[in-house]
Each structure stands twice: as structure tokens, then as C-alpha cells.
Design a binder for this molecule. Structure first.
Ligand code: 4AD
Ligand code: MG
Length: 460
């Protein structure tokens, strides 16, 4: 039985009954005629205290040799615990040792290790309290995402990982080659050659394919890994990250913003209600006050301003930034932080960015210089959502692609969507790791994905 059940709802019903628990030893402490063993099975943050009496047959040979990290299966009676801070404990009848963990070489000890150190042992770090909590909260959020969309009539679409379209047009696609193609020195397959007949890569976004399905099924979402060969070694960039991308037909920019805001507030409220124990750990040891900050987001409307207003606000602040601000520049993280942390104190939806700094698919505004884009910025992280209303007018889209030098032959399928039954439609991408960072307060994105991939780093 998992410890989460034993300590949770069913504790009362199980008192006096035999239970069997399988997990890993956190600590062992000897006290005269018995030992206390703290066992954790990962189902919950809490350990289960086990009392192993000296009378057990393997007490001297095995139980007294148990150290942090050993795996055990324990059967015994669940009793009320006289100890402070726990309701129940197990009086063991049987303690079987399944696997030993040599204390001399086991890298995890009963002390706080730095996150940098834990990154070097990504195969063992989920056994720590903080990284275990991150994994449970991440799993919960994944489930909450599906619940949110399924309750609202969206269909989940599996978009491809390998693609020949560079959605964002930023030249950050990883190339996909067969081993023999790669062995041919220095040569990328030419157009018309190679495994797929043309250059292919790992997707940077599932959006373009989600648009196909939105214009058939109405409201869809895709949620999968995306890849970017961005050489940025920051606390919020990964080369492989998960993105949640809804796409809605018959939906304009304001409908898009409403959905993104409702989604974020739903997810935060859900995790606060359902993951209280793990959230309390983050609040205490990782990011003090994170629960209050999330509740503040849940309780208040986001602030909506245009890019032009954001630039004016930055210019009138009198603050000197490393990257000087002027209309037309992309907002840097220092600008995003200033706006969210020092000016507004709430998530900020910035709309109507200059067309020149946004991808080809965004709908061009009446002024001809801005696009119907929206980014959501949050304190401590910066951009967490990037989205837009898509250009649904065939001629305008074609002209923009030609202007940007995008080969429209490769995108006939995308243009077809505008040729046959085109509709206003919108969508956005939520960076899932940035969401997990916001929720847990983890300072570095490398801690919120099980196996981070960053420049120079992909150990297993
Ligand atoms: O703003 P981005 O590039 O938008 C798109 O890819 C759109 N095609 C999405 C859409 O409209 N369907 O990326 C969306 C979000 C960002 O706001 C950020 O949260 C996250 O993805 N993101 C990253 N997260 C971690 N590491 C990276 N290198 C990231 N790049 C973007
Ligand atoms: Mg963006």
C-alpha cells in the first residue's frame, strides 16, 4: 500500500490493521530495544515511521545495517503514533531488505544538497524531497491541463515531433539526419534528397499543425516536447521543453487572451488546492511566500496593455536598462521583470507587438505595422505565454511570407487553410517548465524538468 493512502484519507480505517509498505530508507535511528526507520515511497512528501524491534530475526544482521537509500518492504500493524507531527506509525513484523545502498558511495545523504550538485546526479535527484515534490506537482499540472481542456470541449491532437516547417522562423531547429547521412562529412541533404526528401528537423512548436485541426475540429490543443537550438544559458531556457498549445477557430485575440488567463488561474488554483503538502515545502524551503503570490494571481484579473504602452511606461520610468528601450525593440527580460515586478505586480498581457519582431503567421493590424500578438509576462520569469490571432487572409499572408523570404511552395498546405473556408483563429503556447517554475518557485528551469537539456549538457 502506498504511504499517501496510509497517511491520508484512509489512515483512520487502517488503524490496527496489517499494512505492507515498499520504499526507500531515509534514516535509521536506534533506541535501545528497537530502531526507528523513516521510509519514503515517493507517493507523498511524508515519510512513514516504522518501529523495528530487536526481537525481529534479522535485527542485528540487517536492520541495524540499514542506511539512507536502501530499499525495503515492511509489513506490520498500523498504530496511532505518540510522536509529535505524525498521526500513525507501523510496528513491523517483517522488514525485508530488497537492495542495499553503500553509505560510503551513495551520493545522497541526510542533509540539504545544492541544486547544482543534484543536477550532476539527475538519476538520483528525484529521491530528494524538493525534486520529488517538483515531479509530483508537474504530474498534477499535466493532468489539470487535460482536465481543463477536456471539460471545455477541446480535442487533444498529437502533432509531429519531426517536421519540415520552422514555425517560428528563428533558425533554431535541430536538424534530423539518418546516421549514414550524418556520416557523410559536412553535408546536409540537399532539397529533394535525404530521408524525408527535404530537410527535416525537430519541431519548435506544434502550432502550424494544430491550426490544421482547429480548422476542422474547432477547438484543439497539443501538448508535447519542443526543441530549440538556442544557445542561451539562462535560468529559463532549455533546448528541449514541453509546450501546451491550444488553437481555436472562430476566436480573435481577445478570446485568446481570455482563455490563456482563465487557464493560468485555473491551474494555479488547482495546484494550491490539490498539492498543499508539496506546496508547503516550496513555500518553506525554496521560495518563501510562493503560496501567497500564487493566490494573489488567482484572485486578481491580469493587466492588459499594448506593446506601445509598455514601451512608453519603460521610457517614462527614467530607469537605465542594459538594453535601451525604443519602439520596435523586443522586450528583454530586464524590461519584463521591471514591468511585472516593479510597476504592475500582477501578470501582464502585452498585445500588438511590432510585426518586424514577430513570426510570419501573426495577423497584421489595420495600422500595417503591428500584429495581433499577445505575450503573458509574470514576475520572476518573464514571458510564460506567447500567442496571437493568426493571419487568416490569403493575400496578406502570402505577401508577408514573400516579404520574409519564406518559400511559399513549402507552405502550400498552410496557405490552403486560407484558401478553403478560412476563419479567424487564434492560439498560444504556454511554456510548461516556466509554468512549473512559477508554481514551485524554483529559481532555475533545470530543476523543473526531469532530464534537462541545455547547451553542452545532456548526460543521459
Ligand atoms: O513564444 P513562443 O516561441 O511561441 C510559439 O512557439 C508559438 N508558436 C506558440 C503558439 O502560438 N502556439 O513560445 C511559447 C512559450 C514561451 O512563452 C515560453 O514560455 C516557452 O514557450 N519557451 C521556452 N521555454 C523554455 N525554454 C525555451 N527555450 C523556450 N522558448 C519558449
Ligand atoms: Mg515568444
Amino acid at each position: 500500500m502506498i504511504i499517501e493512502r496510509i497517511k491520508g484519507l484512509f489512515a483512520g480505517q487502517l488503524l490496527g490493521k496489517q499494512v505492507t509498505v515498499a520504499g526507500w530508507v531515509r534514516t535509521r535511528r536506534d533506541a535501545g530495544s528497537f530502531s526507528f526507520i523513516e521510509v519514503n515511497d515517493g507517493s507523498t512528501l511524508a515519510n512513514l515511521q516504522v518501529i523495528a524491534e530487536r526481537t525481529l530475526t534479522n535485527y542485528e544482521d540487517e536492520i541495524k545495517r540499514l542506511t539512507t537509500g536502501c530499499s525495503v518492504v515492511i509489513t506490520g500493524e498500523l498504530k496511532e503514533s505518540p510522536a509529535k507531527g505524525q498521526a500513525v506509525e507501523v510496528l513491523a513484523d517483517v522488514v525485508s531488505v530488497v537492495g542495499w545502498a553503500d553509505p560510503e558511495s551513495y551520493p545522497l545523504q541526510k542533509k540539504r544538497h545544492s541544486f547544482e550538485y543534484l543536477r550532476e546526479i539527475s538519476h538520483l535527484r528525484p529521491r530528494t524531497n524538493a525534486l520529488g515534490a517538483v515531479a509530483r506537482v508537474r504530474s498534477h499540472l499535466t493532468h489539470a491541463v487535460h482536465r481543463f481542456f477536456q471539460q471545455r470541449g477541446f480535442f487533444h491532437i498529437h502533432t509531429p515531433v519531426i517536421t519540415t516547417s520552422d514555425c517560428e522562423g528563428a533558425g533554431e531547429m535541430f536538424q534530423v539526419l539518418t546516421a549514414s547521412e550524418a556520416a557523410r562529412k559536412g553535408a546536409l541533404p540537399e532539397q529533394g534528397k535525404g530521408f524525408f526528401g527535404k530537410p527535416a528537423g525537430l519541431t519548435v512548436s506544434g502550432q502550424l499543425q494544430a491550426e490544421v485541426y482547429a480548422q476542422a475540429l474547432g477547438r484543439v490543443y497539443t501538448f508535447g516536447p519542443t526543441f530549440r537550438a538556442e544557445n542561451s544559458n539562462t535560468s529559463r531556457h532549455l533546448a528541449e521543453f514541453w509546450m501546451l498549445e491550444p488553437e481555436m477557430a472562430f476566436c480573435d485575440l481577445s478570446c485568446n487572451m481570455d482563455l490563456a488567463e482563465t487557464l493560468l488561474r485555473f491551474l494555479l488554483a488547482d495546484v494550491l488546492a490539490e498539492c498543499a503538502e508539496d506546496m508547503a515545502l516550496f513555500d518553506r524551503f525554496v521560495a518563501q511566500g510562493v503560496i501567497k503570490r500564487l493566490q494573489h494571481i488567482v484572485d486578481n484579473d491580469f493587466i492588459r496593455i499594448t506593446y506601445t504602452e509598455a514601451v512608453d511606461r519603460l521610457l517614462s520610468s527614467g530607469k537605465s536598462f542594459d538594453f535601451p528601450v525604443s519602439w520596435g525593440v523586443d522586450l528583454q527580460s530586464e524590461h519584463e521583470r521591471f514591468l511585472t515586478e516593479e510597476v504592475y505586480g500582477l501578470p501582464l498581457i502585452v498585445t500588438d507587438y511590432p510585426a518586424a519582431i514577430k513570426p510570419f503567421y501573426m495577423r497584421v493590424g489595420d495600422d500595417g505595422t503591428t500584429v495581433a500578438a499577445m505575450d503573458i509576462l509574470v514576475a520572476g520569469i518573464g514571458e510564460i505565454v506567447g500567442g496571437s490571432q493568426r493571419e487568416e487572409r490569403y493575400d496578406v499572408l502570402l505577401a508577408r511570407m514573400q516579404h520574409l523570404g519564406i518559400d511559399d511552395v513549402d507552405y502550400q498546405w498552410y496557405l490552403d487553410l486560407r484558401r478553403y473556408g478560412t476563419v479567424p483563429h487564434s492560439g498560444f503556447g504556454l511554456g510548461f517548465e516556466r509554468l512549473v517554475q512559477l508554481v514551485t518557485g524554483m529559481p532555475n528551469i533545470r530543476e523543473v524538468i526531469p532530464f534537462p537539456r541545455t547547451p553542452g549538457y545532456a548526460p543521459c
